[in-house]
Design a protein around this ligand. Structure first.
Ligand code: BQF
Length: 287
């Protein structure tokens, strides 16, 4: 039986550390970090995610500012808001909840968030910095996965790392972070010839494809670290990962559950980025 990586517990300790740092920022500089959270339309999953982010802000002691815009909001109206927030000194981080309605071009929006306030690390400047390995912000989900791997005590150096999924939000940056830690990284996707064979080689397997239960126990190497980024809502309303937990947890050494694995870490790392943004935007040097 594998050990279950408790994302809730790890995220709690990250948030507690940030809460302390936020208190020190207040005490020493009278600074309260501010996060703007924009949501367009009323997708129920997006609403849950936005609420999680606001709750986390409250917990660590950041101000959060919600901008809930109607579905019919135009690209120009959204750009106007972002421009206003870029120039608002109370706002350290700007987060625009994705996906956006189809009539708004996500890339246009992302490109117009000030890179210094881009706490999702989606702006091309920040993406480029990640590629080079010289960054202020790490994309929240991959950063959270790195923390979860670290929590197992397993060293990534020289390990076979297989990432299933090549999205700009998870798969691609995830691969880069594992590479920075000197993993040998393979990226798999829908055109990969033999997914089972690739996965079976992995000492560290990260699944981020959005296909419920795609990765089964017989695709996993004995003792591997298995990180499930999948967040699939079944018709029953139940949340389900990309990994078939029941079969996988007989083979893996460590495995993350869904929910309670990567999800809470995404939120914790957003708090980390917001703290970083506050220090950058207010010219506070790291202690
Ligand atoms: C948990 C997200 C897909 C597409 C856009 C805790 C979250 C989820 C699960 C959460 C996610 C997923 C977020 C749990 C934010 C993670 O207990 O397992 C927290 O709020 N997430 C998002 O903002 O956009 C997404 C997944």
């Amino acid at each position: 039986m594998s050990k279950i990586i408790d994302g809730k517990a790890v995220s709690q300790s990250v948030k507690d550390r940030i809460k302390e740092k936020a208190a020190r920022l207040k005490e020493k500089y009278n600074v309260t970090a501010g996060l703007a959270v924009i949501i367009v339309g009323d997708d129920p999953a997006s609403r849950i995610y936005v609420n999680n982010k606001k709750k986390a802000c409250e917990y660590v002691g950041f101000d959060s500012y919600e901008y809930a815009l109607p579905e019919e909001t135009t690209e120009n109206e959204l750009l106007e808001l972002i421009n206003k927030l870029n120039n608002d000194e109370r706002i350290d981080g700007i987060l625009c909840q994705l996906p956006l309605p189809k009539h708004i071009d996500e890339n246009v929006i992302i490109n117009n968030i000030s890179p210094n306030k881009d706490v999702d690390a989606f702006h091309p400047v920040n993406v480029g910095k990640i590629m080079i390995g010289d960054y202020n912000f790490l994309p929240c989900t991959p950063a959270g996965v790195m923390e979860l791997i670290a929590s197992t005590g397993i060293d990534i150096k020289g390990k076979e790392c297989v990432v299933v999924g090549r999205s700009n939000i998870v798969g691609k940056p995830m691969s880069m972070l594992l590479l920075h830690k000197s993993g040998t990284v393979t990226i798999c996707h829908s055109k990969t010839k033999d997914l089972k064979a690739e996965c079976k080689r992995a000492d560290i397997l990260v699944a981020a494809v959005g296909v419920p239960n795609l990765i089964k126990g017989d695709m996993i190497k004995e003792g591997a670290v298995v990180i499930d980024v999948g967040m699939n809502r079944l018709d029953s309303g139940k949340l389900c990962g990309d990994v078939e937990f029941e079969s996988a947890s007989n083979i893996a050494g460590y495995i993350t559950p869904v929910p309670g694995g990567v999800g809470p870490m995404t939120i914790a790392m957003l708090m980390q980025n917001t703290l970083t943004a506050a220090m950058i935007n207010r010219n506070i040097v790291k202690e």
